[in-house]
Write a new protein. Structure first.
Length: 190
């Protein structure tokens, strides 16, 4: 169908936004929020992390929090789908700043609802974290331990593979890094 013929389709032949929504013919609107452990969305973040990440390695959230007590030290980011009946957490990620040294940060526990993978949720979460880390916090570098299945995702968004494959929680991982981007060069003043 040519552009001209698509434009000439009469309004009565085009499905309304409501009809497309009912059919599921739409992309959800996702917002990224930074929360803390007192936020009403925090329990939903924990459930998503448990379902997507922790159960696969034999943890429930309570045992993970006991063995890795950093919940209050990290910045929590959630991807939220706003629905008429309330907000739904569909993605999350954590940023541990100034780790292991000042000026560095570790991104951890990146999880996206499996039904929404490939729709930009993870990319949006990472963009928000990178913006805060490099812009507001002035960090020099971010790193993460990516499961091998996630390495292509990180590579697509500009992260670099470093080191050898290693085991973490019984799963093969690779260290990925994102150095602070160079600031745009200033045009010469005449």
């Amino acid at each position: 169908m040519s552009r001209a013929s698509r434009r000439s389709t009469s309004p009565e032949r085009r499905p309304s936004l409501a009809k497309r929504w009912e059919r599921g013919d739409h992309r959800p609107v996702i917002s990224i929020r930074r929360i803390n452990t007192d936020d009403e969305l925090y329990p939903a973040e924990c459930v998503l992390r448990e379902e997507v990440l922790l159960r696969a390695v034999g943890f429930d959230f309570a045992s993970f929090a006991r063995d890795y007590p950093f919940e209050d030290r990290v910045e929590h980011y959630v991807a939220v789908l706003d629905r008429p009946d309330g907000a739904e957490v569909v993605g999350c990620a954590l940023l541990l700043r100034d780790y292991p040294d000042p000026g560095h940060g570790k991104v951890m526990q990146v999880a996206v609802n499996p039904q929404l993978r490939g729709q930009g949720v993870g990319r949006s979460l990472m963009a928000e974290i990178e913006s805060r880390a490099f812009g507001q916090l002035g960090l020099a570098q971010l790193f993460c331990h990516a499961q091998l299945t996630a390495v292509p995702f990180y590579a697509r968004i500009g992260w670099l593979e470093t080191g050898e494959v290693f085991q973490e929680a019984g799963i093969d991982h690779r260290r990925m890094v994102m150095p602070r981007p160079d600031p745009p060069s200033e045009p010469p003043l005449y």
